[in-house]
Design a protein around this ligand. Structure first.
Ligand code: ZN
Length: 497
């Protein structure tokens, strides 16, 4: 039985999906006015891990994630840069998808955009107005009446009276005048001149932020759905408001379970632009291997605060290298399995794999404890190493060892750490040796190492703006059919052979 920590229940509960064998998940997506930062990336990687595990456990997972492509921040950016809000949104939607692919986050089953669901949102707002849960102002705004929904505050554990007391200051200053009560929030906003706007029963306007998630989750998953996820910073007000709108409108439970990921800190401090420790995911990926980043993040339980630092990047890199090296050792032993006699206890090997799978499932079923599960894989790798070290395998040994190798690749794959495609020694033409000798002072006969030396020489040349050398590397490799591609993970070569 999978148990998950439910924010609303404040405890771990048994997970029973609405529909047998199926999991319907909704995770709030980005507001596309900038590149995502490393804290956003953590949330998306955590829920990707949760999804992958549920799929690995045999569930058919339907995963919906919205894109907020109309919003104050997008409009502000568009005005600043003298272009349309749609143009800004399109650029950063594409960048978001690229960033997700770069860290091996799977595409959602459905990725609805707010601007494509306006009619559904207007219908839901109208339903709330008709049901007495929302009201329109003279200016053409529509607000949700928080007092009309008795359960308001129960997701985030807040009390409406106490919250209202805290808001009185704003009211006396006249900022919140248009609303009947201070906590009421916008479902629909009247358009200001020059803003993107749609025709509605309340005049030209655009949707508030919260309403889109209520609409899209219901439209693509149905109510109730199984898991609603997001970063802990979304519990209030965003998720509280989503839930109030949906349950007030439809009179049924919105999401059966609420899951929230912990925040990310940099060197023990809250990430913020003012502290100058604000990192975009794509900047981090200039120097950090995506597999190492995922490994680092999943070493911490998804609900715990995660401290990001150079030291932790290095530690994660070393740990992942150890797993990769163990795989290489196993692969070498399997490729050279020409022993006459058996050197390994096949039963012990099988027991090792059984134990790993059991430990892995026990850890992950317990609220997706990837930290513990990674530790189990790590211990297993040590035992596997000890099992084959210094031995020449027979054909029967190879049959016993292959499941060990496959288990490592399979279980790391559940974390989205892809070890299946270990680069094979590329058969580059021998001419690269002479080019590397001339340009990079390379000596040796390993063509892959020669390519690495050339890429390094090119990187230093580019840093020094020595374009002659940088171009020579590109052109001379090009003449052999080897092309250089600059990627977020650094320069890589492509060679069809
Ligand atoms: Zn949302």
């Amino acid at each position: 039985m999978i148990r998950i920590y439910d924010t609303k229940m404040h405890k771990k509960v048994d997970f029973e999906p609405v529909e047998h064998g199926k999991v319907k998940m909704y995770v709030c997506g980005p507001t596309v006015y900038n590149y995502i930062h490393i804290g956003n990336a953590r949330t998306f990687i955590s829920f990707d891990m949760i999804r992958r595990y549920l799929e690995w456990r045999g569930f058919d997972v339907v995963f919906v994630q919205n894109v907020t492509d109309v919003d104050d921040k997008i409009i502000a950016k568009a005005n600043e840069e003298g272009r349309s809000a749609a143009d800004v949104a399109e650029e950063y939607t594409k960048a978001f998808i690229d960033d997700m692919h770069a860290v091996n986050v799977k595409d959602p089953t459905v990725r609805p955009k707010a601007t494509q669901e306006i009619d559904t949102m207007i219908a839901l707002v109208q339903k709330l107005v008709d049901g007495g849960h929302a009201y329109a102002t003279e200016d053409g705004d529509v607000y949700f009446s928080v007092r009309s929904f008795p359960g308001y505050g129960s997701l985030s554990g807040r009390n409406v009276d106490e919250m209202e007391a805290g808001h009185r200051d704003l009211r006396t200053e006249g900022i919140e005048d248009r609303k009947n009560a201070p906590l009421d929030f916008a479902l629909w906003k009247a358009a200001k001149p020059g803003e993107p706007a749609w025709e509605s029963p309340w005049g030209q306007g655009r949707p508030g932020w919260h309403i889109e998630c209520s609409c899209m989750s219901k439209k693509y998953l149905g109510l109730p759905f199984d898991i609603h996820g997001g970063g802990a910073d979304l519990v209030f007000p965003h998720h509280e408001n989503e839930r109030a709108q949906s349950e007030a409108a439809d009179g049924v439970t919105f999401a059966n379970h609420w899951m929230h990921g912990g925040m990310l800190q940099i060197n023990g401090e809250k990430m913020s632009k003012s502290l100058n420790n604000f990192f975009l995911l794509r900047d981090i990926l200039e120097t950090v291997d995506p597999n190492v980043l995922r490994f680092l993040m999943l070493q911490t339980h998804y609900r715990s605060p995660l401290d990001f630092s150079d030291e932790r990047v290095n530690e994660a890199g070393v740990a992942l290298e150890r797993i990769k090296n163990a795989l290489k050792t196993l692969d070498w032993a399997l490729e050279n399995a020409n022993g006459e006699t058996d050197a390994i206890d096949a039963e012990a090997a099988a027991a090792l794999v059984r134990e790993l799978r059991l430990n892995f499932i026990t850890a992950m079923d317990d609220d997706f404890n990837s930290s513990k599960a990674l530790g189990d894989v790590f211990d297993f790798v040590g035992s596997a190493n000890a099992l084959v070290a210094g031995k020449t395998l027979s054909a029967a040994d190879a049959d016993a060892v292959r499941p060990i190798r496959d288990a490592i690749v399979e279980l790391m794959g559940v974390f989205g750490v892809d070890l299946s495609a270990q680069p094979e020694t590329a058969a580059y033409p021998v001419e690269v040796l002479a080019i590397a000798a001339e340009i990079a002072g390379f000596t040796g006969d390993d063509t892959a190492a020669a390519i690495d030396a050339l890429l390094e020489a090119r990187a230093s040349a580019r840093a020094e703006k020595n374009w002659a050398v940088a171009d020579a590397v590109r052109d001379q490799l090009g003449s052999l059919g080897i092309t250089i591609k600059d990627t977020p993970q650094g320069a890589q070569v492509e060679y069809a052979g």
